[in-house]
Write a protein that binds this ligand. Structure first.
Ligand code: PMV
Length: 328
């Protein structure tokens, strides 16, 4: 069947922050993570992506925050590939994506970007009912992107054969956690997560131990979430975050995503927790610090992190819902 009209899809997704992180892919298995992960959806940050398929053909293009971007074009094409295979013919893709937060600096813009793209692409091609396909398309773009299709607290499980599934385990209203992001640096990071985790897998002597510790962390964190046990989740998340970074620092050459303000923010969060405040930190592959807290201490946490020298901006808000179509 052929088509002459341009078709279009438009979607919004929130970035997510992992409390139990994945860092390392399965060798020779496409883009599949080597381990499961658990994340929170950041409802106060968003990516909106529009995709148009033109049957007349031509080159695929990507515009990110108003500028043509060739660096991430391949990743965008990887994400659309499962949808295009299913649709048989699609034409050239014109993708326009905008973040309302700093891009490429460890705020998980690839997760929200690829989730929004997968959903928008599926909508344009009439494939949105096939949730499995939308998930695979998001995964082909980024290992953390399937999590951004879902809201609240999200679990991505993966078995030793590489069979994976992703679902929300708690809706945002079931546990009103707050997230505070301390932005310590804007602009792209030095080593993107895809090459950073591959370097770590190949060269860090700590990688095997990291991989082996993940299953227990994931199970324990899942239990802490089910019981709304903030203290236990705090302990597990901070431990998991620091173990991921220690593993990356063990790579050759070493990977160090922290700057001075990142470390100072972590100390401030620990000091607040020592004073009895319900708050803990996590840091992804970038210098920003995310503090997770209960609503009664939100103002205090924002204030404390805002005072750390080197912190440029503090963003905060609630957990968000899953990706959604716009005007669809
Ligand atoms: O798949 P990516 O490129 O979004 O990598 C995600 C890596 C971390 O954010 C550090 C961990 C995670 O599970 O989100």
């Amino acid at each position: 069947m052929s088509r002459e009209d341009v078709i279009q899809g438009d979607a919004i997704a929130h970035p997510n922050v992992a409390l139990v992180k994945y860092w390392g892919k399965r060798p020779a298995r496409g883009n599949l993570p080597a381990m499961g992960s658990l994340s929170l959806s950041l409802g106060f940050l968003a990516t909106r992506t529009t995709v148009r398929f033109d049957p007349a053909g031509g080159q695929d293009t990507l515009t990110l925050n108003g500028s043509r971007n060739s660096r991430d074009l391949k990743r965008m094409q990887d994400c659309l590939a499962p949808l295009r295979r299913r649709a048989a013919e699609s034409g050239s893709a014109t993708v326009d994506s905008r973040n309302d937060f700093p891009t490429g600096a460890g705020l998980a813009s690839s997760a929200s970007g690829m989730a929004a793209l997968a959903l928008a692409g599926a909508s344009a091609l009439g494939l949105v009912e096939d949730l499995d396909l939308v998930g695979r398309s998001a995964m082909a773009g980024s290992g953390s992107a399937p999590r951004s299709l879902h809201g609240g607290v999200v679990l991505l499980s993966i078995d030793p054969e590489g069979k994976w599934s992703c679902a929300s385990v708690l809706a945002p209203e079931e546990w009103p956690l707050k997230v505070v992001v301390a932005v310590t640096q804007t602009g792209p990071k030095q080593t993107d997560s895809r090459s950073g985790m591959e370097l770590t897998r190949r060269t860090s002597p700590f990688y095997k131990a990291w991989l082996e510790s993940q299953k227990a962390d994931l199970e324990d964190a899942g239990r802490a979430v089910a019981q709304r046990d903030f203290g236990r989740l705090a302990e597990l998340s901070e431990g998991n975050c620091l173990r991921m970074h220690a593993t990356a620092m063990g790579a050759s050459p070493p990977l160090m995503y922290f700057n001075g303000a990142t470390i100072e923010c972590m100390h401030r969060v620990k000091a607040l927790a020592r004073d009895g405040r319900s708050v803990f930190f996590t840091v992804d592959a970038g210098p920003q610090v995310k503090a997770i807290c209960l609503p009664d201490v939100l103002d205090e946490v924002c204030d404390a992190l805002g005072r750390v020298p080197g912190v440029q901006q503090v963003l905060s808000g609630d957990l968000g819902g899953g990706a959604r179509l716009v005007g669809g």
